[in-house]
Design a binder for this molecule. Structure first.
Ligand SMILES: Cc1cc2nc3c(=O)[nH]c(=O)nc-3n(C[C@H](O)[C@H](O)[C@H](O)COP(=O)(O)OP(=O)(O)OC[C@H]3O[C@@H](n4cnc5c(N)ncnc54)[C@H](O)[C@@H]3O)c2cc1C
Length: 378
């Protein structure tokens, strides 16, 4: 089949790999220009994505993740409350993205090509690119992320919902940090919990993927309740005055948002974490949204990754979920070609997949609640 994928991030690349394994002719349309990627932060890579990367390519836990041994909880004065073993591999969005990209021929991804319209016909799908070119495909995979326009086109009455908190984030080159700070934060994930907020930091690979000391980066995330939607709206308005729906990229935070973040840090964080933040050149923000598409398939359009379902980040399962979407979608199409009843196969896949994600969504909300994040449900 001729398959078009919209979105060349983790879910889109993973689906291109599995669908190409079945022999399909796959093209990814990614709106970002080539070479403009690479500003994602740290990610924990759970088992399913790690296995996916190992099976499709050469990446392994040893090459992708910075080894860490400890999970440390700090008190607000910086003293150690508790220390235990940590087993989760910590890597970066860039490393996962690069590993997936390297497994695909370069011409599979068409960069700088935004899909501006989708038309679902009886046995084919038509997409419009950059408002000009029209491409016809036997199947369209929407991997266009949490704010999916394709989901909005298919389900105009559906809206994702703000979870009541945001992640303030940053990444710092290890070489930019004083040696004593690196020593304090090294070899573990360091966490601090306060009312309505959770701070965490861990080492991640350098932008080039290096995991050796001296070449790594330190990633931090500070989840903070923000029940005031007017304030959130201001933080999501970048320095050029452009209001974003859910996130402002590194370098884009307004003067007001940056000042607010630094004020909060001065007030709430111990010196070691304040210093980490002070050395961060381009902090960014991602508001946390819940989204579950009313269906994961309509006609010959399938939704995967965050476009289908956005789970709370505390489950650290977003990339693994994307890998599972890609695998199960390909399995559901195995042995079929464009002449077959693709819609029925997609419908069954969509229903099973959506049902399967129920417990994960609930787990994410439970974890948030246990940290006092977001709206408290009884
Ligand atoms: C704060 C936070 C922390 C997280 N931590 C973790 C973690 O530790 N572990 C983990 O596994 N996951 C984590 N995640 C989730 C993870 O990042 C995502 O689930 C994962 O990256 C899958 O994303 P995706 O490919 O579905 O969508 P995205 O990465 O959002 O990609 C969508 C792509 O589609 C493109 N696009 C959009 N519209 C169009 C269009 N019209 N035309 C062409 N292209 C288009 C975009 O440019 C983008 O490249 C975290 C998420 C957040 C917010």
């Amino acid at each position: 089949m001729k398959i078009a994928i919209v979105g060349g991030s983790i879910a889109g690349l993973a689906a291109a790999l599995t669908l190409r394994c079945l022999g399909h002719d796959v093209t990814i349309f990614e709106r970002t220009a080539a070479g403009m990627r690479g500003h994602g932060g740290g990610v924990a890579i759970l088992r399913h994505m790690m296995r996916f990367l190992e099976q499709h390519g050469h990446a392994t836990r040893k090459t992708l993740a910075v080894p860490v041994e400890w999970r440390r909880w700090l008190a607000s004065d910086g003293s150690l409350i508790e220390e235990g073993r940590e087993i989760v591999p910590f890597s970066s969005w860039d490393s996962v993205y690069r590993s997936l990209s390297e497994m695909l021929p370069v011409d599979v991804v068409r960069y700088g090509e935004a899909v501006t319209k989708v038309r679902n016909f009886k046995h084919r799908v038509e997409i419009e690119i950059n408002g000009r070119e029209t491409v016809s495909a036997d199947l369209l995979v929407a991997a266009d992320g949490a704010g999916s326009r394709i989901r909005a086109t298919l389900f105009p009455d559906y809206r994702s919902s703000y979870a009541g908190y945001a992640a303030w984030r940053g990444v710092v080159e290890e070489t930019q940090l004083p040696a004593h700070l690196v020593a304090e934060l090294d070899n573990g994930i360091t966490l601090l919990r306060e009312r309505g907020a959770l701070f965490m930091t861990f080492p991640i690979p350098g932008l080039n993927g290096a995991i050796e000391s001296g070449e790594r980066r330190f990633n931090w995330l500070w989840y903070r309740n923000e029940p005031d939607v007017a304030a959130l709206s201001r933080y999501l308005t970048d320095r050029e005055g452009h209001r974003h729906h859910a996130s402002v990229s590194p370098g884009g935070l307004s003067v007001e948002a940056t000042a607010y973040l630094l004020d909060c840090a001065r007030e709430k964080l111990p010196p070691v974490l304040q210093q980490l933040m002070k050395h961060t050149q381009a902090p960014f923000i991602q508001a946390i949204f819940d989204a579950l598409s009313p269906s994961f398939a309509v006609g010959r359009v399938a939704l995967i990754g965050d476009a289908a379902c956005t789970v709370r980040p505390h489950t650290a399962s977003g990339t693994s979920k994307a890998a599972d979407d890609a695998i199960t979608l390909a399995q559901s199409l195995s042995g079929l070609n464009a002449a077959h009843h693709i819609e029925a196969a997609l419908g069954t896949w969509a229903m099973e997949r959506r049902t399967k994600l129920g417990p994960l969504i609930a787990r994410g909300k439970q974890l948030a609640q246990s940290f006092g994040l977001g709206a408290i449900t009884q």
